[in-house]
Design a protein around this ligand. Structure first.
Ligand code: B4P
Length: 186
């Protein structure tokens, strides 16, 4: 079974929802950069203070900061004997993807599958308005969708060209989508 995975897709596609369940079922390290950044904000750390305003605007936090978070978690896991992982919401632009590639080469842990969760904007916006997180108002959501199209969507081609990408339709119940993803894991 594939156990070094990443989830790509627009905000609200359900990456976090699916990742949490799959990681628990398969005993994978779940690394959500969004959750990790929100934890830093809640703790009031220097890093969180830097991230807070950027997240509230719906923009991307600096690559160096996000990469440092991911690097420390993946290195710690490798040092404690390894295992599978699921990257949720990271990488989010080409620079992050390139840096991740270098890190994974160092760790000798290549990505086995990139899952693209696809969903129409109208459904995404409804879902996010329903969630009601601090960055879930309509103006910020529309900006996050633009940032996704400009900065994150190029990763679709990037992982396609490496033969790693598989797309799933992210409309339907949480269980149906989970089945579609599980079918890709082998
Ligand atoms: P994230 O925390 O990654 O959040 P997201 O993309 O908005 O949501 P996700 O796709 O995980 O949707 P979810 O399952 O929650 O990013 C937030 C911010 O953090 C970014 O804007 C950025 O500022 C910063 N950030 C994060 N990573 C970064 C990085 N690598 N670099 C720089 N900045 C970074 O689902 C959404 C809603 O839909 C929920 O209410 C859920 O219950 C519902 N839902 C899920 N599945 C459903 C289904 N099948 N049917 C109906 N509803 C469903």
């Amino acid at each position: 079974m594939k156990q070094r995975l990443l989830f790509l897709g627009p905000p609200g596609a359900g990456k976090g929802t699916q990742a949490e369940q799959l990681a628990a079922d398969r005993n994978l390290l779940h690394l959500s950069t969004g959750d990790l950044l929100r934890a830093e904000v809640a703790a009031g750390s220097a890093l969180g203070q830097e991230a807070e305003a950027v997240m509230a605007r719906g923009e991307l936090v600096s690559d160096a900061l996000v990469l440092a978070i991911v690097r420390s978690r993946l290195e710690a896991q490798a040092a404690s004997g390894g295992g599978g992982w699921l990257l949720d919401g990271f990488p989010r632009n080409l620079a992050q993807a390139e840096s991740l590639g270098v890190l994974l080469d160092e760790l000798q842990q290549p990505i086995e599958l990139a899952v693209l969760m696809e969903l129409d904007d109208a459904v995404l916006i409804q879902r996010l308005l329903g969630r009601g997180r601090a960055d879930d108002n309509e103006t910020v959501i529309r900006h996050r969708l633009e940032v996704y199209r400009e900065q994150t969507a190029p990763l679709i081609r990037y992982y396609q060209s490496k033969g790693l990408l598989q797309a799933v339709e992210a409309n339907g119940t949480v269980e149906t989508i989970a089945e579609r993803i599980t079918a890709l894991l082998g």
